[in-house]
Design a protein around this ligand. Structure first.
Ligand SMILES: [Cu+2]
Length: 262
């Protein structure tokens, strides 16, 4: 049996066992607890690579909601194309919403899960969109990124963890991924694709923006706070472009002071 089939079998076996063991006690599904993902973006740096000027940056997704963001890949594995890039192994992703006992009480389609050859593990599609813009909300971006794909995993703990869940999502290799309540998932600026090509962009003041879940795959307690930005000035005095940070969208609630917060 494939890994995906094995995961499905384990899920079925556990569910069947739970139904036999606790059928009477857990007949009523509990109240769904939704995640709330907020973003951070930091560590901006220009690197010259192969005659190109790449703006690199670190980003974090932090879950400040009532329940985990849990996404499960499963079903048939087949090649697919995501935003113009072909991948060999893709499958369906489903958001699973849990109640306070950890029962799955709601599911919805959450895009595609696929094996990322550069990162060498499984990713979710359309997790973030990065852009360089002259205005935060108006006009076309100066640099348009592709929709970024990520693995979802608990990395950094915020102070909210005492009130929420403990670490539950450990690795990117499996079909089940997520971010627990109070945990943040980091992508460092050295990671492939944490970059936008700003070659030839004229001097001026710009915003680097980070929009999480740009296709609206995840149901959250608040879908309106998935946006973070950094305002910066771009200089071209010498042979290399330079930037100065002018302002940031800041941190949110328990995300402030977390290890992910620069
Ligand atoms: Cu990855």
């Amino acid at each position: 049996m494939t890994w995906i089939e094995y995961q499905s079998w384990v899920k079925w076996a556990v569910t069947a066992w739970a139904a036999v063991s606790f059928g009477a006690a857990q007949a009523q599904p509990g109240v769904p607890r939704y995640p709330n993902i907020v973003e951070q973006i930091a560590h901006l740096q220009i690197q010259n690579e192969h005659q190109r000027e790449m703006l690199r940056f670190s980003t974090t997704h932090i879950n400040l909601g009532d329940g985990p963001l849990q996404v499960r890949g499963g079903g048939q594995v087949a090649p697919c194309v995501i935003d113009g890039i072909a991948y060999d192994q893709c499958t369906y992703a489903t958001q699973e919403v849990l109640d306070s006992n950890g029962n799955i009480v709601n599911t919805q389609p959450a895009g595609v899960a696929f094996f990322h050859p550069l990162h060498n593990h499984w990713h979710q599609s359309a997790v973030a969109l990065f852009e360089v813009r002259q205005s935060l909300y108006k006009g076309q971006p100066v640099v348009q990124g592709v929709k970024i794909t990520f693995c979802l995993v608990d990395v950094d703990k915020t102070d909210l963890v005492q009130k929420g869940s403990d670490r539950a999502y450990f690795e990117c290799n499996g079909a089940l991924q997520g971010i627990s309540v109070g945990w943040g998932d980091d992508y460092h600026q050295s990671t492939p694709l944490q970059e936008l090509d700003i070659t030839g962009v004229p001097e001026g003041i710009y915003y680097l923006t980070h929009l999480a879940d740009p296709e609206g795959h995840w149901k959250e307690t608040n879908d309106g706070d998935n946006f973070a930005w950094v305002k910066f000035q771009l200089y071209r005095n010498g042979p290399n472009a330079k930037i100065t940070i002018l302002e940031t969208s800041g941190c949110v609630s328990y995300a402030c002071g977390s290890p992910s917060n620069p």
